[in-house]
Design a binder for this molecule. Structure first.
Ligand code: PLP
Length: 454
C-alpha cells in the first residue's frame, strides 16, 4: 500500500509540475522542487505524503472552524440536492443568500447593513473600489478619486487591488503603478520597524499625522477613501497602537472620506470579536469579508456597506449597479457560510478566542522573545507574528531575512508544524478550535526551530 501511495504521489507531482500554475510561486522552481501534495485534512491537521502536520496557519489564516467537518459536508450535499445553483442577477435570490446577508448585517458593527457577495477577498475589495467611484459620482463629487492605502498592506490580486498593496514587489512586475488608480501609500502603524524610541501613544500620533499629511497634500476634496486592514496579517501581523484606528476613523469622518475596513483576515473571530472593528473600537463605512466567512469551505466573500453609503448609491435616478459575478451569492457557498457562522456561535469560538485560548496563545508565544532571533512577538486573538531580527537591541534586520524566516519555518515543518514566513516575520494563525496542548506544541517547535537556525 505504501509503494502504491508513493507511486500515486509521484504521478500527481509530475502532472502538477507540468501543468499546474501555482499562486504566488516561481514557476521555474516548480520543475526543480516537487510540490508537497496535501490530500486530506481534519480538525487542526492536514495530511500528505504519509505525514500528518499540525496546521498552525489554518491554511492561509482562513480555516477558523477547523478542517473536514462532517456537518459542513452534509450542508454542502443537502444544498446541492435542493438548489445546486441559481444566479442572483436582477430580482432573483435564494433562501441561503437572503439569510446570510441578514446574519452578516446583524453581526456587523453599527450601520454596516448591506451585503454584496463575491468569490474572493480580492473581488470584494475590487467591488468596493467600484462602489466608491459610484458613491462620489452620485454625491456630485466625481473629483474624489484618490485612495489612501498603507505600506505593507495586502488587499488582493486583481488589477485594481494589486495597486492598493503596499509592497512594490507585487506591483512592479506587471508594469503597474499606484498612480494608475490614483492610489497613495502612507506609513503603516508598524511600531517595531518605524517606532524608534517613541511610546505607543507618540507613535500613534506620528502614524495618524502621516495620513493627515497625505490628505492635506492631496487636498481633502479629492480623497475618496482610505483602505485599512485593522491588523496587517500578510505583513507579519502588524498590530496598531490602541489609539490609531479610532483616530483614523475620526480623521476620515472629519473630511467626509470613506473608511474601508478590510476584515478579510480579521473577521469572524480572528481577533477575539466577530469583527476587528469591535476589538479596536472603531466603525468603518464599508468592510470586506472572506476567509473566515466560510472557513474556506467555500470560495465566498462579501463587501458590506453602511445605510448612509447605500442611500447615496441608490441615488435618485434609476440605474443598474453594473457589477456582479455569475456565482455571486451562490446558494451552496452561502449555505456553507451560514453553517460556519452557526458553528462559530454554537461552539463559542469567538468568545474563547477573546477570553481563554487567545490570551493563553499570546502569553505562551511571548515566551519566544527570550529565544535567539526573535525581535518581538505580536499577538491579538489567535493571530501572531514573530519578528525575526539580526540584532534584538538595534532591531537590525538580516539582509536576506526571508531566507532566515524560511529556515525557521522549515525547521518547524520538520517538527510537524506548519507556520508561514512573510516579510521579516513568522506568522501563526491557527484554527479557532485550537487546544492548549496544541499551542504548547507549536511554541515548543518554534523555540527549537529558532535555536537550530540561530
Ligand atoms: N485582504 C486581505 C487583508 C488579505 O489578507 C487577503 C488575502 O490574504 C485578501 C484581501 C485577498 O483575499 P483573496 O486571496 O481571497 O482574494
Amino acid at each position: 500500500a505504501r509503494a502504491e501511495l508513493m507511486a500515486a504521489i509521484a504521478g500527481w507531482q509530475n502532472q502538477d509540475a507540468r501543468h499546474h500554475l501555482h499562486p504566488f510561486t516561481d514557476p521555474a522552481l516548480m520543475d526543480q522542487v516537487p510540490p508537497f501534495i496535501i490530500d486530506s485534512a481534519a480538525g487542526m491537521y492536514v495530511g500528505g505524503q504519509g505525514v500528518r502536520l499540525l496546521d498552525a496557519m489554518g491554511g492561509l489564516g482562513c480555516v477558523n472552524i477547523g478542517y473536514g467537518r462532517p456537518d459542513m459536508a452534509d450542508i454542502a450535499a443537502d444544498t446541492i440536492r435542493t438548489l445546486s445553483y441559481y444566479h442572483c442577477f436582477s430580482a432573483a435570490s435564494n433562501p441561503y443568500a437572503a439569510e446570510l446577508a441578514a446574519r452578516i448585517a446583524a453581526l456587523a458593527p453599527g450601520a454596516l447593513n448591506h451585503v454584496f457577495f463575491a468569490n474572493s477577498g480580492s473581488e470584494a475589495n475590487e467591488t468596493l473600489l467600484k462602489m466608491i467611484r459610484l458613491y462620489w459620482s452620485r454625491k456630485g463629487q466625481p473629483e474624489r478619486r484618490a485612495i489612501i492605502s498603507r505600506d505593507y498592506s495586502y488587499h488582493g490580486s486583481t488589477m485594481a487591488t494589486t495597486v492598493l498593496n503596499g509592497q512594490q514587489a507585487m506591483i512592479a512586475p506587471f508594469g503597474l503603478s499606484p498612480a494608475d488608480m490614483d492610489v497613495h501609500h502612507v506609513m503603516a502603524p508598524f511600531w517595531y520597524r518605524h517606532g524608534g524610541d517613541l511610546n505607543a501613544e507618540q507613535f500613534a500620533d506620528q502614524a495618524i499625522a502621516a495620513v493627515a499629511g497625505k490628505i492635506d497634500a492631496l487636498g481633502p476634496e479629492t480623497v475618496a477613501a482610505v483602505f485599512a486592514e485593522p491588523v496587517q496579517a500578510t505583513a507579519g501581523v502588524i498590530i496598531p497602537p490602541d489609539a490609531y484606528l479610532p483616530r483614523l476613523a475620526e480623521l476620515c469622518r472629519m473630511h467626509g472620506i470613506l473608511l474601508v475596513a478590510d476584515e478579510v483576515v480579521c473577521g469572524f473571530g480572528r481577533t477575539g470579536a466577530w469583527f476587528a472593528q469591535e476589538t479596536f473600537g472603531f466603525e468603518a463605512d464599508m468592510m470586506t469579508l472572506a476567509k473566515g466567512l466560510s472557513s474556506a469551505y467555500a470560495p465566498i466573500s462579501a463587501a458590506v456597506v453602511s445605510d448612509a453609503v447605500l442611500d447615496v448609491i441608490k441615488g435618485t435616478e434609476r440605474e443598474v449597479f453594473q457589477h456582479g459575478f455569475t456565482t455571486s451569492a451562490h446558494p451552496v457557498m452561502a449555505a456553507l457560510a451560514l453553517k460556519n457562522i452557526d458553528i462559530l456561535a454554537q461552539e463559542d469560538l469567538v468568545k474563547r478566542t477573546r477570553d481563554s485560548i487567545g490570551p493563553y496563545f499570546a502569553s505562551k508565544l511571548k515566551e519566544l522573545e527570550n529565544r535567539p532571533l526573535v525581535g518581538e512577538v505580536r499577538a491579538t486573538g489567535l493571530m501572531a507574528g514573530v519578528e525575526i531580527a539580526k540584532n534584538k537591541t538595534t532591531r537590525e534586520q538580516y539582509l536576506l531575512d526571508m531566507a532566515v524566516c524560511d529556515k525557521v519555518s522549515q525547521a518547524c515543518l520538520m517538527r510537524g508544524v506548519i507556520v508561514r514566513p512573510v516579510g521579516n516575520a513568522i506568522v501563526i494563525c491557527p484554527p479557532l478550535i485550537i487546544q492548549r496542548g496544541e499551542v504548547d506544541y507549536i511554541v515548543r517547535a518554534m523555540g527549537e526551530a529558532l535555536e537550530e537556525v540561530s
